[in-house]
Design a protein. Sequence first.
Length: 460
Amino acid sequence: MKLALLGGGGVRAPLFVNSALRQAEPIHLEELCLMDINEEKLELIGTVCQHLALRAGSSVRITMTTDAQHALDGAAYVVTTIRVGEEQGRVNDERIALQHGVLGQETTGPGGFAMAMRSIPAILAYAELAASLCPQAWLFNFTNPAGLVTQALHARGFTRTIGICDGANQARLEAARWLGIPPESLRAEVFGLNHLSWTRRLFREGKDILPDLLADDAFLAATSQRMFAAELVRSFGMWLNEYLFYYYYRERALGAIQADRVTRGEEVAHLNRALLDRLRAIDPERDPEVALQAYAAYERRRVATYMHYAYPESLSPEQADFSTLLDRSITPEEGEGYAGVALGVMCALETGQPLETALNVPNQGAIDCLFPDDVIEVSCLVADGGIHPITIGSVPETQQLLICSVKLYERLAVQAILERSRQKAVMALMSHPLVMSYPIAQAVLDDYLEAHAAFVGEWN
């Protein structure tokens, strides 16, 4: 079986490859083709990936190409993890939003729209190419904003498409870690949209254990729920996706991001440059183990400051020291996150062994308040060669209103991007709960269109 990773020169590729090598046997993986348009990055990162396979004694061939046709030809699965405009695109997305007093974050609100402007046309072009070269392949979209991009793919008729986000399964994973049991022994009921979801039940041997967990102060303090006030979590009686922080603590999040010396995009851009400079100096072909250590150090430094403003104990970018992490290597379990979700689905499709996991798929009646073709984030059953959303039914009014508001934004955003319509783009941004302003929507859009003109072209 051949698997194509589009964006294979990206800095997260080694994590995906590490996870794929662990699942190679059940999915019958023979070739993992890394494709990227940046030849130098592909060579540096790809060589690190090839050494992972050699070190694991794997028979999987890790190939590299800058030719999308070569990568897609004969692929059974296609994973898209591209960044159009690279790191500077993200920097612009965040800074422009912040200049207008609204959240600068690459997946949520205006920043997510700007990334979607660049991502959707590129992903659609790859999907069209895949339709001719590997028409039976499943496409797993990791490119952010994952739900919005997946919505656009389905709108254009690419139905064998799934949106992947590891945050959707966080409740089950963190609860399993707390209880010291395998995640597979828990069954979760997740509903909402990408980066806007809740887990309303968590079953163990037929009993919903979530109420007891949420009542435990120690559990909340030991999990990502510590970013929220305990009384807020308990008032909902649900596990909250960490990205809900941007909605429930909007002014705190915005103030903290504005107060940081650098944005997250600027920080990651700096770390990425430092990693590539170090890999060039090391030469992964000559000294692959040192290259792996450098990569592991980079990854830990990046993780160390993730959403640091939401966690009181987290390091700020200024406090985190890249050099102190250089003696670590990638452990076998690292990178399972989003890669593990996708590979788990592949394994279920290949082996016929049923799997329950949360994915971004069309609603198909799962959530009462949404249209059948609305892409949602929901618990799914992967079985019988297909992916089936689990029926959620009605949801509490508080969640319903927020979901419907953001989904309206997503529908308008996809229409605007597919049609290159300024009017629909302004309406989309204005309708987003984190904007809610016509003048700001106009100004933000104008700045985005100017900053990303090379990638998005002329809009009407």
